[in-house]
Write a protein of this length. Sequence first.
Lengths: 122, 339
Amino acid sequence: MFTHTCPIFLHNYIIHMTKITYITHDNKNHTIDVQNGLTVMEGAVQNDIPGIDADCGGGMACATCHVYVNDEWFDKLPSKEDGEEDMLDMAFEPKKNSRLSCQIIVSDELDGLTVSIPSKQG
Amino acid sequence: MNKIDALIIGAGPTGLFTAHQLKLIGLNCEIVDNLDKIGGQCIELYPDKPIYDIPAVPECTGEELTNKLINQLKPFDIKFHLSERVDEVKKENENWIVKTNKGTIFSTPNVIIAGGVGSFEPRKFPIKDCEKFEDKSIFYSVKNKKIFDGKIVTIFGGGDSALDWAVELSKTSKVNLVHRREDFRGAQATVDHVHELVKEGKINLFTKYQIASIKGDNQLESIDIKSEDKETKNIKTDYALGFFGLIMQLGPIANWGLTIDKKTIEVDTEKFETNQQGIYAVGDICTYPGKLKLILSGFHEGALAARACFKLARPNEKYRFEFTTSSKTIKDRLGVKSD
């Protein structure tokens, strides 16, 4: 049909990807193109980045997708929703820059985001 | 020894519906779960969160779903072994001999693992040294509060368990309460009560601190706590209690000789059998090409695993498929009147 070839509609068929860097506990950098709209947790799980368990599957109910966000990025992220800080109480060695990666949604603005994965999730 | 047709490990929605399916086709079963209540993740992680993708149920919470499944099991007499964890599974002739941490032993041709992401265990202190004091002077739950009488007890955590025990033990012990931030997630009334007790000097409160290290040889002597700014304080203590909620661990299942891939167990999609004959895995804990971690998938998997159990439990009988709408035998089992 016409819409499939018309360039005006081309953006409908392009999947926007954003580069996210995961630093695993062994200090290895894994830079991955993650589809916009997915969470930082889903980006890790779908690309077999070790260290993010995400036991509850993204329900903000288990604190096993805990990451440390690099300082330059921490304040740029949308702030935590109610409940995320409560769950972080249970995370393994939480710090000031701790977030649950299931609550960070990937978008163009996050291009270059770097998160570090703790040694354990619990 | 409990001789049964099938043992279900896990009392979450998948385990409960699998029990229903087993009973419908005339097999008996018992259920073991490490939690002290029925419902699995639905009750432990999200009792109040609405679920929208249960067929024919537009919306229900984890707790409501659990209660409906328990209700559906009412016609049957099913024995639950709660607060028990299956530790050992081994083959003896045609049967699996299954032992729990409380010493219950089952003999059964069929073991159905409906364990979600594993069993719920308390989250522990991040310090390795704490292990040697565990169940002596470091605890993650309180079994006998008398041992704390007149002693110094340091409680870590900011939820209801930590706050309730801080209030309770402050009556008979010297209590330190340590939490990583100023806000608590416990019930507001308890939070207010704790702050009153802090004012009265009955609880020493350390907020924005976390455990750094512990000191002591045979008996715990003191704990170093550190703030975000690396400021350290040493607090003398006889006991430490950690209340950081629960985490799911695959636990002993990992040692049963099953093929495991990323904390999930590989199964076929005909019987949902593992690489061991007579051991099945259903629900979130199983994996196969195309696996979806949805409750409805668990129901399907449980229904098929239950039929597979029939062959091993009744080797001399032929399984005959019947509908609940028309089968008199099934209606008798359900205790409903036939038309």
